[in-house]
Design a protein around this ligand. Structure first.
Ligand code: ATP
Length: 277
């Protein structure tokens, strides 16, 4: 086992002060599609929480509710007045704008209460591009960049909002493994430097173990928290390390159990609790 090269920060934020709290949150779509069922979860200030669960269990629904893009049917969400930014699998950049102008636009929206000059926004965009290691690419259009670079721009745009909380919905799901590894490093650095609280949705269990202070497992729909795994491995972690693989396989086994439980209710042993969903 290799010794930690640097203990970058405590594995969980000191003091456990929540940045986001969901209290018995349920979401029903239409008349009766129960997507989330009394989910209670909190993300501490400075904590990195990864959310795993079967397809359709309500992970994106949860992020949308926290972002305020939709309202819960029941329960409470408290974001403690923090500023929230969201990032998706698709970078969703404006193709007709340069990389810099995409970020300047976010800065303009953010600063609608305090006027900033175009020059200030241009300079800030340049700084943000440097943070995501895209210095010198500001004049390019999105189609001139690789998928990984476009996601870096999306990250810079999220940072432009001066967020305290970053909600990430499979942001690296469409990238190749090598690019994803690089972006994990970038994200970890930025998370640490900016003391962000992150709620990160992924289907990739190793990615969750690589990044998270805590991995939260949701049940199949309706989504509810079934298990939480604190990840205390020292950082920085490597996705291909034995320790990450070992923990990932424990979590995968639990996830598989949950997916099978949901997929094959008829085969459950007599005497097990009633199934629904
Ligand atoms: N706007 C909507 N209207 C109606 N039903 C919706 C809506 N959004 C999501 N759903 C349904 O709610 C359930 C949860 O969807 P959601 O996208 O939150 O799951 P997910 O866990 O993010 O899925 P995936 O992992 O496949 O991205 C699904 O059955 C989905 O079809």
């Amino acid at each position: 086992m290799t010794a930690p090269t640097q203990e970058l920060r405590p594995s969980r934020a000191d003091g456990h002060e929540p940045a986001v709290r969901l209290d018995a949150v349920s979401k029903v779509y239409g008349r009766d599609l129960l997507a989330l069922d009394r989910v209670s979860l909190s993300v501490d200030k400075g904590e990195f929480v990864c959310l795993l669960g079967a397809s359709g269990c309500g992970k994106s629904t949860m992020l949308n509710l926290v972002a305020g893009l939709d309202r819960p049917t029941a329960g409470e969400i408290d974001t403690k007045g923090g500023r929230i930014a969201m990032m998706f699998q698709e970078p969703a950049l404006f193709p007709w704008l340069t990389v810099s102008a995409n970020i300047e636009l976010a800065l303009r929206v953010k600063s609608s209460t305090r006027s900033t000059t175009k020059k200030e926004r241009r300079e800030r965009a340049t700084e943000l591009l440097e943070i995501v290691h895209l210095g010198g690419f500001g004049a390019k259009r999105p189609h001139e960049l690789s998928g990984g670079m476009r996601q870096r721009v999306a990250l810079a745009r999220a940072l432009a909002q001066d967020a305290d909380v970053l909600l990430m919905d499979e942001p690296f799901g469409a990238l190749d493994a090598m690019t994803r590894d690089l972006l994990h490093d970038e994200l970890e650095r930025i998370w640490r430097e900016r003391e962000l609280s992150v709620l990160f949705v992924t289907h990739n269990v190793r990615e969750a173990v690589r990044l998270g202070d805590r991995v939260v497992l949701l049940s199949s729909r309706p989504g509810t928290v079934i298990e939480e795994f604190p990840i205390t491995l020292p950082r920085p972690r490597r996705t291909d390390s034995g320790e990450v693989a070992e923990l990932a396989s424990t979590i995968t086994a639990r996830l598989r159990e949950e997916v099978l439980r949901h997929a094959k209710p008829a085969k459950r042993p007599v005497g097990a609790g009633a199934e629904h969903g």
